[in-house]
Design a protein around this ligand. Structure first.
Ligand code: UDP
Ligand code: MG
Length: 313
């Protein structure tokens, strides 16, 4: 098919001087093995080491390479967004710079794409070189977000994926600022197929994500794809208000039957409980509207069209 010929490999790199040259060697060998016309787009996410110089050397030697350099470190999600925005080919494939997503699998991804899938996403069968703590916290995160969000975010799926032109065009319409790419990739829909693979340990250097960054990413994921936390506040408010009203009523009744031994206490208590309850309910209501406002503020496209077929006359 004509619309399934060219491919761009998008790689975000942040302080990857130790691996980038080796990575490119592996990658270009893998690209030689596909018949897709390929471009490699490196996005330097404001590296402070020699990554950019390395990339310039790579680009000088390989005409397939295109480079983008972000003005500072914007984080992986935005680096990927920048890369995907600049893809001009029929499909894009996202890869980590550290060799954890083996480029040797590219021909297999391309084959699945040509079978008619719009998204081929890698799922990890093994996580070599990752501590049990990271695996445990990752599993926990996926469990929580599956519960809270209506977008089913597949577990053990990273950013290693191939996306067709229609999906790239769809992603371009999603311009929200808090970007949780894993979620957005699924949110757009289209025909998606998992591709199980063995995730290798990093070639060299250390992970750019510490637990604090991962924790923030997890919060970002949950809050971008769910307003359940806001709703929890509503329910706590309603429950507390109900309990307060009930107790207030009880204080009133007790005073009517058994008198008012501590002068002023029942009336004071009733007023405090009534106002407290009222405030919590009001906060809950504000929370509900805030949730809607938040959804609107994202300006996500209302729908995305995968195919538009007209019968030929
Ligand atoms: N990365 C990036 N910007 C950042 C942090 C990371 O572009 O601020 C890139 C990094 O260079 C690598 C990919 O994102 O290509 C994944 O990072 P890393 O391997 O450190 O994450 P891990 O595999 O440990 O989850
Ligand atoms: Mg890595």
């Amino acid at each position: 098919m004509d619309s399934q010929r060219s491919l761009t490999i998008v790689i975000a790199a942040y302080n990857e001087e130790a691996v980038i040259a080796r990575m490119h060697q592996r990658l270009s060998a893998a690209l030689d093995a596909t018949d897709a016309e390929s471009t490699v787009l490196y996005v330097d996410d404001g590296s402070r080491d020699n990554t950019w110089a390395e990339l310039e050397r790579i680009a000088a030697a390989d005409p397939r390479v295109r480079l983008l350099r972000l003005a500072r470190n914007f984080g992986k999600e935005l680096a990927l967004t920048a890369g995907l925005d600049h893809v001009e080919t029929d499909a894009a494939l996202v890869l980590d710079a550290d060799g954890q997503d083996p480029p040797e699998l590219i021909p297999a991804f391309v084959a699945r794409w040509r079978e008619g899938y719009d998204v081929v996403y890698g799922t990890r069968t093994a996580r070599d070189g990752e501590s049990w703590l990271k695996r445990f916290t990752a599993a926990g995160f996926y469990r929580v977000i599956q519960r809270l969000s209506r977008t089913p975010i597949p577990p053990d799926t990273g950013d290693f994926r191939l996306m067709s032109r229609p999906v790239l065009d769809a992603l371009r319409q999603v311009r929200e600022r808090q970007r949780f790419m894993k979620g957005l990739f699924t949110w757009v829909g289209f025909r998606q197929v998992p591709f199980p693979y063995h995730r290798e340990p990093r070639l060299a250097g250390g992970s750019k994500f510490n637990y604090w960054k991962l924790w923030n990413l997890a919060i970002e994921g949950i809050t971008s794809f769910s307003t359940v936390p806001l709703r929890v506040a509503t329910y706590i408010g309603l429950f507390t208000a109900f309990a307060a009203f009930a107790w207030g009523a009880f204080v009133v009744v007790r005073t009517l039957f058994w008198g008012d031994p501590v002068q002023g206490w029942p009336s004071l208590m009733t007023v405090v409980l009534f106002l407290g309850g009222l405030q919590l309910v009001a906060l809950g209501i504000i929370g509900e509207y805030l949730g809607r406002l938040y959804m609107e503020a994202k300006q996500r496209p209302l729908y995305l069209i995968a195919r538009d077929v007209r019968g030929r006359r």
